[in-house]
Design a protein around this ligand. Structure first.
Ligand code: FDA
Length: 491
């Protein structure tokens, strides 16, 4: 049972559960369990640095539910030492997916962990993820599903903590889940269950939470000294788990990148990923009225001119795309947004891999004769899109003719467009609408086994703040769990 010590004022004596115990500190603290004492340490240290820099100054403490505290002897000297210095084995900044998981695992290995977050509510991104049901992993996760300047970097962590490991944990906590599509596992009920599970795991690891608290400065001598709005704490290890920049309203900041820069660790260029794309006015005039129309497609992003070699390397996604009042969205578009660079086209195969020449030949051979191309196309994509697309792509000369009367050029042009309908987005909708941040702490500067900075002993970066970004579909959480587990093993 983890307790929070609440400091409620100053006085001439220090009281616990109605008992006055300073200066008889030894007697009383021998009756306090380790969990509790650490919570108390954190609070007292925080209190002391703010109001009572003199360690012998009297303070008043209200110990709530003292009857629930199990009786366990602890060394008073250790307690007193911690009280005076706010000492931990590890301090983790960022209590999101990676931070909480790392704290729980390190704590369960016996490490004394302090988890700091500036947010009032923990795990906000988990809460809003997967439409409120958290797509917490993907059973097919492999290094091929991740983008990074070093695509091999994620291998070790992903291999050591697999989707199956996380599924076992979810099952242990009796959280119902289901596969929605393409290996994506979602909670049956609510994302809150994953947050509660992480908090319970942290409790099992006797992790101390400090939130909301702002980190004001970090220094490193023999230990890391973290100065916060609620006092100074020190630890041998510092883990940065502050995530990326997307959805600032959830508490996202670029603080992790700043910490990297403070320690002269490079950060690769950052940009919004898994993000809807905007279309220019002319495209919106053609397709804007179709906002809300979704279609199955195979999509990829590419510069207009791509070499044959590049073509074989490009990544295609077969999923639904969605036309919106701003441009393009839906899973297929979010996926390719990770591969899209300014100036690139987004290319849709409306026939999902079927050769359009064959399809047109079959239509032309059909009896009775196919008179309306748009009607035939409506068998493949939604009718409103079929009509708008036919209007935009079939020249007026061909539009009124039966398909059987189209000439070779008309057929070839339409076939090409059907298999590769290219649109040129004007940009992304930015971090406000993005699910992730591409780029991050340079993986060349980190150990792939421990996520520790090669040049700064004891400094680790985990989760999204690192230059490892997953596809849509549970991959980003799997990276958060796997990188956290790898780090926790080493701290
Ligand atoms: P995360 O963002 O989870 O945590 C970072 C923590 O650091 C936060 O608690 C924040 O408050 C804290 N912090 C930031 N700055 C700080 C500072 N200066 N001081 C102190 N604390 C600070 N992925 C997936 O696999 N499946 C899914 O279903 C979804 N769905 C989804 C929906 C939406 C709308 C978004 C925006 C994102 C997703 N994702 C997702 C992505 C997933 O949420 C993301 O990759 C992980 O949460 C990353 O975990 P981290 O722990 O690295 O960062």
């Amino acid at each position: 049972m983890q307790q929070k010590a609440r400091i409620w004022g100053k006085g001439s004596s220090c009281r616990a559960g109605g008992l006055t115990f300073l200066p008889q500190i030894t007697q009383i603290f021998q009756l306090i369990c380790a969990d509790f004492s650490r919570a108390l340490c954190a609070s007292l240290a925080s209190y002391r640095s703010t109001f009572a820099p003199n360690p012998f100054q009297e303070i008043s403490v209200n110990l709530r539910s003292i009857s629930e505290i199990s009786v366990k002897k602890i060394a008073v000297s250790r307690f007193y030492n911690a009280l005076m210095q706010g000492n931990y084995d590890a301090i983790i900044i960022g209590a999101g997916a990676a931070g909480m998981f790392c704290a729980a695992r390190a704590g369960q290995r016996g490490r004394r962990v302090l988890l700091i977050d500036h947010a009032e509510k923990l795990g906000e991104k988990i809460r809003i993820s997967g439409g409120g049901r958290c797509n917490f992993t993907n059973i097919h996760a492999s290094p091929a599903n991740f983008l990074s300047q070093n695509p091999h970097f994620c291998r070790s962590a992903l291999a050591r903590y697999t989707p199956n490991d996380f599924i076992k944990l979810v099952a242990k906590h009796r959280i119902g889940y289901h596969e929605k599509t393409l290996g994506q596992l979602f909670c049956d009920e609510s994302s809150q269950q994953i947050i509660d599970m992480l908090v319970d795991e942290c409790k099992a690891g006797k992790v101390d939470f400090l939130h909301p608290a702002t980190v004001q400065s970090i220094e490193k001598n023999d230990r890391f000294r973290v100065n916060t709005s609620r006092g100074e704490f020190s630890a041998e290890k510092l883990v940065v788990a502050t995530g990326g920049l997307s959805i600032p309203a959830t508490g996202a900041t670029g603080f992790g990148y700043e910490i990297a820069k403070q320690f002269e660790i490079t950060v690769t260029p950052l940009r919004a990923g898994l993000v809807p794309l905007a279309l220019d006015a002319p495209e919106m005039e053609r397709y804007g009225m179709l906002s809300g129309v979704a279609f199955e497609t195979i999509a990829h992003a590419a510069p207009r001119e791509v070499s044959a070699k590049k073509k074989t390397e490009r990544v295609n996604f077969r999923e639904a795309a969605l036309l919106t009042h701003r441009g393009l969205s839906g899973p297929a578009v979010l996926q390719i947004s990770n591969y899209w660079n300014a100036g690139d086209e987004v290319v849709f195969d409306l026939l999902c891999g079927r050769d359009a020449n064959d399809w047109l030949a079959e239509l032309r051979a059909r009896r009775p004769i196919v008179t309306s191309f748009a009607k035939a196309l409506a068998d493949v994509i939604p009718q409103r899109l079929a009509e708008a697309w036919a209007h935009a792509h079939i020249p007026a000369t061909a539009r009124d003719k039966s398909l059987a009367d189209w000439n070779k050029t008309e057929l070839a042009n339409v076939a090409r467009e059907l298999n590769a309908w290219a649109l040129k987005p004007s940009g992304t909708l930015g971090y406000k609408k993005a699910e992730v941040t591409l780029g991050g702490v340079d993986t060349r500067k980190l150990s792939q086994q421990t996520l520790e900075a090669k040049r700064v002993a004891g400094l680790h970066f985990i989760g999204e703040v690192v230059d490892v970004t997953g596809w849509l579909g549970g991959y980003n959480f799997q990276w958060a769990w796997a990188s956290a587990a790898a780090c926790a093993e080493s701290i």
